[in-house]
Design a binder for this molecule. Structure first.
Ligand code: MRU
Length: 340
């Protein structure tokens, strides 16, 4: 399953706001189209928005391919980078990909800039799938046969360029011949678990059972979960993990029930410039995501709402990080520094 498709002159994105009811693609011809698609969650998931932003910069460079003035071209690139970066604040992969692209294009202009940036965006996309496969291989060691795995949100192929991080671990375990069963948290309010994770796993024939977020504790108490695996949007130098709202609750529950809590984390999700999760900006989204489902109101009109899209799980609740370079156990600080 692939949600991102680069045609050479446009970026096609599988519209994740419409899944699973409708399979529809949105075609982006300009960097502004890509910024709009990221902001409106047509494409979502930390690695997927990073790769999309990279292609957004290719579109910006292609737009000024025939611009004779290097200064004007440079100005466009700076503007495009700023607009793409501002779309969503929490996932560091976005800034990581944009900075990598700007470094790749430094000193170039016109046609050579467009060609070089396209190469770099393709490399980011290709590496993402390789990284996810490596995360899968390392993570699969943690998955016993007949494991019941609880996951939150969607950290699968739809959230990446392909294969997935947390769901990459599930896929790798299945490829190794293990029988696994996944419990997918619904993931209120955006419902990435019920809309996307179930859809993606069912397409692959991997057994998945949907639960609402509030059922996770009781499922654990009944002995129904062997391990939890989630993705990440930004991991601080001390190992604190920002991920989809509700992840922290799961980590606390896992600790109480002595269930291992693993975080699949590509190195592009590491932010070693911040010491702890306290410095992570948590995106707050519009009230309507909480008050409405599919256009139907669930709360009285004008209800006051707080809608943080992410939370921070303290490193002390994380059993291990699963990276493409191997498993990282606490204490995280010096080990994470050594990885980059
Ligand atoms: O708001 P979203 O859907 O972009 O949030 C996605 C998540 O929180 C994922 O768990 C995270 O980005 C990791 S995806 C490999």
């Amino acid at each position: 399953m692939q949600a991102i498709d680069w045609t050479g002159h446009s970026l096609r994105l599988l519209d994740q706001t419409k899944l699973p009811a409708t399979i529809e693609w949105v075609e982006c011809h300009t960097y502004q189209d890509v910024a709009w698609a990221i902001r409106h969650m047509i494409v979502r998931g930390a690695p997927a928005i990073g790769a999309s932003a990279a292609y957004g910069l290719v579109l910006a460079a292609q737009g000024c391919r025939h611009e004779l003035s290097p200064a004007i071209c440079q100005e466009t690139m700076v503007k495009a980078a700023a607009e793409l970066r501002s779309t969503r604040p929490t996932a560091v992969n976005l800034a990581w990909a944009i900075e990598r692209m700007l470094r790749a294009g430094a000193g170039l202009t016109g046609d050579s800039l467009a060609v070089r940036l396209e190469q770099e965006a393709n490399a980011i996309a290709m590496e993402d799938v390789e990284v996810n496969r490596a995360i899968g291989r390392f993570g699969a060691e943690l998955v016993p046969n007949a494991a019941r795995i609880l996951t939150h949100c969607n950290a699968g192929a739809l959230a990446t360029v392909g294969y997935g991080t947390a769901l990459g671990v599930v896929r790798a375990a299945v490829e190794q011949g293990k029988k696994v069963e996944v419990f997918a948290d619904e993931t209120r309010p955006y419902l990435q678990g019920s809309r996307l994770t179930t859809f993606e796993l069912m397409q692959d024939g991997i057994p998945v059972t949907l639960i609402t977020d509030s059922m996770a504790g009781w499922l654990m108490a009944r002995g129904g979960v062997d391990l939890v695996i989630v993705g990440a949007d930004r991991v601080a130098a001390n190992g604190d993990v920002a991920n989809k709202i509700g992840t922290y609750t799961l980590a606390v529950l896992a600790k109480e029930h002595q269930i291992p809590f693993y975080v699949a984390c590509p190195l592009s999700t590491l932010d070693l410039s911040i010491r702890s999760g306290e410095e992570i900006i948590i995106e707050e989204r519009e009230a309507r995501e909480v008050t409405h489902v599919g256009g139907v109101p669930l709360a009285p009109e004008a209800t006051r709402v707080w809608n943080p899209a992410f939370d921070v799980t303290p490193a002390r609740l994380v059993t291990a990080l699963i990276t493409e370079k191997g498993l990282v156990y606490p204490p995280f600080d010096s080990k994470l520094m050594a990885l980059r």
